[in-house]
Design a protein around this ligand. Structure first.
Ligand SMILES: Nc1ncnc2c1ncn2[C@@H]1O[C@H](COP(=O)(O)OP(=O)(O)OP(=O)(O)O)[C@@H](O)[C@H]1O
Length: 290
């Protein structure tokens, strides 16, 4: 199947700063990909390139199109929400729904109204009277009502309460997503999205540091609790990350021999958060155990 996004050697420089540095990846249709990285890693820059909102060097094909040269056609098939949601404040909520229905051929008004009904937003309210979080909820309701092939979400749940964040991701999976769609999402709340993602992409300092299908994580990465006596044995198996814990250390290994690891203790799959720390801030020094 043709990838929805094909990126080869993406690069972007702002002055002296290399915001993207030779980033390559493919995203197949029907995937939900989490683009995760620390502040300033280059996530938004990559998304802007994909949407044709910033020129990046390298080869980039999105839905078979060049995002800069074919931006207008591309944006007919892509929906996105940037981290700064902007909606005209003077409109009423119902008018915003009306407006979206009149300008977007693939907008489903009933769906938008159903998403809005799950919030405390009154359709008769002016947008200017809504709280910041409610404006984001309105924006997300409008975006999820558009039947696009690619949905790009940059920090969609910033400023939203935990209840709505959970509800949003459930709706995204159950009421929006299907095998014909692809979702690319950036967030710092990794633990909130890990159950819905099919793929995980880590980016740091403009470079791609991990690109893995969620189903392959358990096979590729293993976490083992190491006591002091096993330290040398564990070190010889070259963990990618070591951190002190009560009575010893926790070590994370990548592509290590399972049989050898089993000799050290019980094997676990690291959480996405621990994997993130291991890949972004690798530490292989065996500090003092607690
Ligand atoms: N328009 C710009 N002009 C100059 N530098 C920029 C511009 N946009 C981004 N940068 C720089 O490029 C780097 C990557 O920024 P980007 O916004 O892509 O990061 P990010 O991963 O989305 O970060 P965050 O999680 O903080 O939103 C940062 O160092 C940022 O300062």
């Amino acid at each position: 199947m043709e990838p929805i996004i094909q990126a080869r050697g993406l690069a972007k420089r702002y002055g002296n700063h290399q915001a993207l540095n030779q980033v390559s990846f493919d995203i197949a249709p029907g995937r939900i990909v989490g683009l995760i990285g620390p502040n300033g890693a280059g996530k938004t820059t990559a998304l802007k390139g994909i949407l044709g909102l910033a020129e990046v060097e390298g080869e980039l094909s999105v839905l078979g199109m060049n995002p800069v040269k074919q931006r207008r056609e591309l944006l007919e098939q892509v929906s996105f929400i940037a981290d700064t949601a902007i909606l005209p404040r003077w409109l009423k909520v119902s008018e915003a729904v009306e407006y979206a229905a009149s300008v977007h051929p693939k907008f489903n008004r009933a769906k938008a109204e159903a998403f809005l009904a799950k919030t405390k937003i009154n359709p008769k309210s002016k947008i200017s009277s809504l709280s910041k979080g409610m404006i984001t909820q309105l924006h997300l309701s409008l975006i999820m009502a558009i039947d696009s092939k690619l949905l790009v979400l940059d920090e969609p749940t910033l400023g939203l309460d935990i209840l709505y964040r959970k509800q949003f991701y459930t709706s995204l999976l159950n009421d929006y997503f299907d095998a014909e769609k692809t979702i690319l999402i950036t967030t710092h709340q990794v633990e909130e999205v890990e159950t819905i993602l099919t793929d995980l992409v880590f980016i740091n300092d403009g470079q791609l540091v991990l690109n893995v299908a969620m189903e392959d994580i358990a096979e590729r990465f293993v976490e083992v609790h190491i006591n002091k006596q096993q330290q040398d044995q564990a070190a010889a198996l070259k963990p990618i990350h070591v951190s002190p814990r009560l009575g010893g250390h926790t070590a994370i290994f990548e592509n290590a021999e399972r049989a050898q690891l089993e000799a050290l203790g019980s094997l676990h799959t690291p959480s996405i958060t621990d994997l993130f720390v291991a890949k972004i801030q690798p530490n292989v020094a065996w500090g003092h155990a607690q």
